[in-house]
Design a protein around this ligand. Sequence first.
Ligand code: GLY
Ligand code: MN
Ligand code: MN
Length: 479
Amino acid sequence: MKHYKPLVWIYCCLIFVAAGARAQDLKYLEYDADLIPGQVYKERREKLMQQIGNEAVAIFYTNPERNRNADLDFPYAPNSDFYYLTGFREPNAILVLAPKGTNVRSLEDSTTTVTVRELLFVQQRNLVAEKWNGRRYGPAGAMKLRGFEYATTNDKFKTMLPSLLWSASAKALYAPTFRSDLTGEIMELLQHLKSMVEQWSGYVEIRDPITLVRKMRVVKSPEEIALLAKATEISAAAHRQAMMSVEPGMGEYELEAVYEYVFRKLGAEQNGYPCIVASGENSVILHYNTNRRKIKDGDVVLADCAAEYRGYSSDITRTYPANGKFSKAQREIYQLVLDAQKTAIAAIKPGVAWLEVSKKADEVLTEGLFKLGVIKEKSTPAMKKFYYHGLGHPVGLNVHDVGQPIMEAGMVYTVEPGIYIAEGIAGVDPAYYNIGVRIEDVILVTADGNKNLSAAAPREIAEVEALMKQKGVGNLAIQ
Ligand code: GLY
Ligand code: MN
Ligand code: MN
């Protein structure tokens, strides 16, 4: 036995070091003090469990990692419905909700069973992988920091699944549709569930839980509104800096850099969507985002850029003159779009249909374009040739978030009319060519009307021109 002793000693030390590291580094997993607390996610799961009832089990899974090239992946984004219920950002995780309760082995003492109503399956801790790619929550982190009743490693999902359904005596299984883009580890983890769903569909009722979650996501809670307001405040600050910084000769990409600098500087993790910095002829392309052109004197710059903060995305567009002063033609189009936007926003309150709000903007734009001679016939189809998108959309965990036709207090919408006049359109005064104007604000529906969360980004012509006289962070020379 003697020669085994050093090995035993080394083994014990390794366990000690690993256990010490595991217990200690939970505190390095969440640096942001304003994450929505685990308790709020727990309440969402409880609310969902009340809806699915005692005779059902629901399963949710998060997005796969997406490969960019070779051994590099795109930055990871969790599935929004899964994230709404968990606040858990790691890949390869699965959530099981069993409202009636299901029996599982106790985590403290594997010889006894306990009854739990929610289980999170997560990636195993892996100290080598973590040294390369960052710390993982593991089951302990998920329970302690994200408030789960029970979490275990995802390798157990396959074997535990039949007994979960059995012990919860589920008559209905809520399982999201298996999307065709599922890849990698999460797809392998779900293979068993997929074949079970196929085999069991005659015996157990299979339903899709996503509709229920999406309904819950429509009206934002105070915590969500606070994060959307913060994302919007940061985005508005970035628009102010961009207006101050822009000058003819700059690359569109330089303005993009100003936006992204301000987003990160003020604590946002990332953009809500790729920055659209569209100058001159590019201003008429709705989602132009190559951002490679040099901005010229006399251009308008349409910048649709906003930050994502703690998972919530804002969405603001401002249009400004590259040289700091709107031309006559730019001013006419800009003022018309602004009037349409203000008219639409004034109509927003609970109980009103979004379609009605949208019509208000259409009327102003149709009347205005007719007066300017851009359209020869006062009709919505004629106007729509220059405004080829909808009035707006809800924002939330997705920049284009889930919504409903009738507005309710706590919903957050963008209102973003625009006019886009491409070069060479017959019958239109060439002075209007290459003028694309969109003005987009983030509007919270309140009990008695609405509140503009993005008001700190100037949009009145005089305010924009006054601000543009100042210098911004984009004008600092890089040594
Ligand atoms: N930023 C995309 C949109 O306005 O819908
Ligand atoms: Mn938008
Ligand atoms: Mn936008």
